[in-house]
Design a protein around this ligand. Structure first.
Ligand SMILES: Nc1ncnc2c1ncn2[C@@H]1O[C@H](COP(=O)(O)OP(=O)(O)OP(=O)(O)O)[C@@H](O)[C@H]1O
Ligand SMILES: [Mg+2]
Length: 345
C-alpha cells in the first residue's frame, strides 16, 4: 500500500491527524514531540535534520496509519550516538545537565533556573550549581543568601531556595555579594569541581549547572571533568549570537557531550493589548541551530518585563507563562533521550 501522506506535510499535522503517530517518530529517535520546531518542520526536514532514513520513516508511518502498528525502536545512526566519556560520578547525583551558550547575557542563568524550577514542580529532585565563579548570579535569581552549612553528618550542605532547591554559588561564600573574585583558570576549575564533589547534595535526579559565557576554563572544566549527561544551549535571534552558539555546539561535539536541546530566549515581545508580536532581534535562527546541533528547539521565550522584575527581586520561582510551560513540557519529553545517552556512556 502506498503511503497516504506526503513527506512534505508538517510533523505537527501528522500527529494531529493520526493521534499517537508521535510514537512512530519517537521510535526513529526523532524527538519531534519535544521539538518546538516540529510545529513548522516537515517530515522530510525532520528526517534530514536528525539524519534519519526518510523511506523507513514513511513506511512505518504508513503501517501505523493502516493498522496502528508502532515499530520497535530503530537504531539511531552512529553520528547521533555521541556518548559522553566516562567521568567520576558522585553517588546520589543521577544526571548532570549543563546550560551553555558561549554568548554572554542571553539568559543562560535564567533558563537554568526555569528548568530547575519546572522539574522540581513536577516532583523531581533537582539542584543548581553556579559554575560562573567570577560573575555568579544564581543566588540573586533565587533570592538566596544563606551560606552552605554543616549538617548533622558533619559535612557541608548547600543552602536551599524557598522552593526547596539546593543551590551553590560563589556568592554564597563571599563576605559581601559585591566582592570581586580575581582568580586564574586553575582556581576557578578547582572551585567548580569542589562544589560538585565536596558538597552533600543529597539524592538529586537532575543537577543543573549554569555556565559562564565563553568557551574557556569553566565550560571546559564542566564538560571535561564532570559527568555531564547533556548540554542545553541558550541562544537569541541575533546573528552574532547564532555564530557564537555555533562555537559552543562545536565545543560540546568535540568533547563528545550530547547537545540535548536549544532554547531561544528573547525571541519576541508581545503587546497583549494590541494583539501584536514584535521580533525585536529579528526572525528566529532556531531552525539553523537545530540543523547544526541535531537537537530539538525546546522553546522560544518572549521578552517579558514581569520576568525581569521577578529575577531582580530574587523570585524567579514564582514565574509562570505559556512559553515557560512549553519549555517545561518539552524538556520533560527529552528526558528519556537524556537517560539513553547516559546509559550509553
Ligand atoms: N526573556 C526575558 N525576559 C525578560 N528579562 C529577561 C529575559 N531573559 C533574560 N532577562 C533578564 O536579563 C538578565 C540576564 O539574564 P541572565 O543572567 O540569565 O543571562 P546570562 O546569559 O546568564 O548572562 P551572563 O553571560 O552574564 O552569565 C536576567 O536576570 C533577567 O533580568
Ligand atoms: Mg549567567
Amino acid at each position: 500500500m502506498s503511503t497516504s501522506i506526503s513527506a512534505d506535510i508538517t510533523i505537527k499535522e501528522v500527529v494531529e491527524r493520526y493521534p499517537g503517530a508521535d510514537r512512530v517518530f519517537g521510535a526513529h529517535g526523532l524527538p519531534c514531540a519535544g521539538c518546538h520546531v516540529s510545529t513548522h518542520e516537515t517530515i522530510r526536514q525532520g528526517a534530514m535534520v536528525h539524519h534519519l532514513d526518510l523511506d523507513a520513516v514513511m513506511r512505518d508511518l504508513d503501517r501505523y496509519i493502516a493498522d496502528g502498528t508502532v515499530p520497535p525502536q530503530r537504531e539511531r545512526p552512529a553520528t547521533q550516538r555521541t556518548a559522553p566519556p566516562e567521568r567520576a560520578r558522585k553517588p546520589g547525583i543521577d544526571n548532570v545537565v549543563a546550560v551553555m551558550s558561549g554568548k554572554g547575557g542571553v539568559g543562560k542563568s535564567l533558563v537554568t533556573a526555569l528548568l530547575a524550577v519546572a522539574l522540581r514542580a513536577r516532583g523531581y529532585s533537582v539542584g543548581v550549581l553556579d559554575a560562573d565563579i567570577t560573575g555568579p548570579s544564581m543566588a540573586r535569581l533565587f533570592g538566596v543568601s544563606a551560606r552552605p552549612y554543616e549538617g548533622p553528618d558533619k559535612k557541608p550542605h548547600p543552602p536551599t531556595t524557598r522552593g526547596g532547591i539546593p543551590i551553590m554559588s560563589m556568592n554564597l561564600i563571599l563576605d559581601k555579594e559585591g566582592d570581586a573574585v580575581i582568580w586564574r583558570g586553575p582556581m576557578v576549575s578547582r572551585a567548580i569541581q569542589q562544589f560538585y564533589t565536596d558538597l552533600e547534595w543529597g539524592k538529586i535526579d537532575y543537577l543543573f549547572i549554569d555556565l559562564p559565557p565563553g568557551t574557556s576554563d569553566a565550560p571546559l572544566t564542566v564538560l571535561q571533568a564532570l559527568p555531564v549527561s547533556g548540554v542545553v544551549l541558550v541562544t537569541t535571534p541575533q546573528g552574532l549570537t547564532t555564530m557564537i552558539v555555533s562555537k559552543a555546539i562545536k565545543l560540546a561535539q568535540q568533547l563528545k557531550t550530547p547537545v540535548i536541546g536549544l532554547v531561544e530566549n528573547m525571541s519576541y515581545f508581545e503587546d497583549a493589548a494590541a494583539g501584536k508580536r514584535y521580533e525585536l532581534f529579528g526572525p528566529s535562527k532556531g531552525v539553523q541551530l537545530v540543523v547544526e546541533s541535531g537537537a530539538p528547539l525546546l522553546a522560544q521565550l518572549p521578552i517579558d518585563p514581569a520576568l525581569t522584575e521577578l529575577c531582580d527581586a530574587g523570585r524567579v520561582e514564582e514565574y509562570r507563562s505559556p512559553a515557560y510551560d512549553t519549555l517545561a513540557e518539552n524538556f520533560l519529553k527529552i528526558l528519556p533521550t537524556l537517560a539513553s545517552e547516559r546509559s550509553a556512556s
